[in-house]
Design a protein around this ligand. Structure first.
Ligand SMILES: Nc1ncnc2c1ncn2[C@@H]1O[C@H](COP(=O)(O)OP(=O)(O)OP(=O)(O)O)[C@@H](O)[C@H]1O
Length: 266
């Protein structure tokens, strides 16, 4: 279980800052989804938490400043899956997922039987066992996405930072993957911070949403409070309506403006 709190975090790149004074607290074992339009700064915010983007302000993990933790300690606490991961060439799925065990390896850096068990378990849970020996480069986009998640899960970190984990997945695999993350969260008390473009899925899985636009938090709270037609319409420049799914969660649906009736050809 790892709690995370951001206090006035601004982040960006050499020539510009794209995240502006974000503050949010995520209780241990809960799920925060960061939503917002393209280019809002969601990925940059996750990178700042992972220690991979320049930032100011405080990132507190279990009340301790993340920038004062050693690299290894940080890697044990935070599992980060980027939106576009760089996949090393020439590795099989198993070799790649084993990389997730790196922060746990002993001084000789050799994996133990226990490490291999963790990897086998994660591959089974992600429906990847049949692909264990396949070279990474031969996987489909969706299979690759699951392998990336497998590597992060093998890390067994208390906090998962998942940048668009369902990109490229069909609706069934997206659902299965989010269910798996949720199951792990409930079983192990893992804290999850993810970006998600599918707002309906975000509302179904996250306890709390923050809506980011142009680097700033413009709304935050439980899904029903953030996923309103007004807020989504305004910040995504979208025409939507918000329905109620059978479980009571908000379902965000695009609405198409009525088209003028076609004139019969003469
Ligand atoms: N390495 C970089 N160097 C300079 N600018 C960058 C870099 N990466 C991202 N940016 C810029 O920072 C801004 C925020 O990008 P970011 O990827 O955080 O947005 P996002 O909300 O995750 O977007 P998307 O939904 O499209 O993935 C964008 O204007 C982007 O062009």
């Amino acid at each position: 279980m790892t709690s995370i709190e951001l206090r006035g975090v601004s982040a960006g790149y050499r020539d510009r800052w794209v995240v502006d004074q974000v503050s949010v607290a995520v209780p241990p074992g809960s799920w925060l989804a960061v939503i917002g339009p393209n280019g809002a700064g969601k990925s940059t915010l996750l990178k700042a938490v992972a220690g991979l983007a320049r930032h100011t302000g405080e990132v507190l993990l279990d009340g301790r400043r993340a920038d004062q933790l050693g690299v290894r300690e940080r890697a044990r606490l935070i599992g980060y899956a980027p939106q576009v991961p760089e996949l090393p060439d020439g590795l099989t799925v198993t070799d790649y997922v084993l990389l997730g065990r790196t922060p746990h390896l002993g001084p000789l850096a050799r994996e133990s039987a226990a490490d291999l068990d963790v990897v086998a378990d994660v591959l089974a849970r992600l429906d990847l066992s049949a692909l264990a020996g396949r070279p990474l480069r031969t996987l489909s986009g969706g299979e690759r996405q699951r392998a990336v998640l497998a590597r992060v899960l093998a890390q067994q970190a208390g906090l998962l930072l998942l940048d668009e984990p369902t990109t490229g997945l069909d609706i069934g695999h997206a659902q299965a993957l989010l269910e798996l993350i949720d199951t792990l969260r409930l079983a192990d008390g893992t804290t999850v911070v993810s970006t998600l473009h599918d707002l309906t899925l975000a509302g179904q899985y996250a306890d709390q949403l923050v809506l980011v636009d142009a680097g700033r938090v413009v709304a935050s709270g439980p899904p029903a409070q953030v996923l309103t037609a007004d807020l989504v319409g305004r910040h995504y420049a979208a025409q939507v309506t918000v329905l109620s799914a059978p479980d009571g969660s908000p379902a965000v649906t695009p609405v198409r403006a009525a088209r003028p009736a076609q004139q019969p050809r003469t």
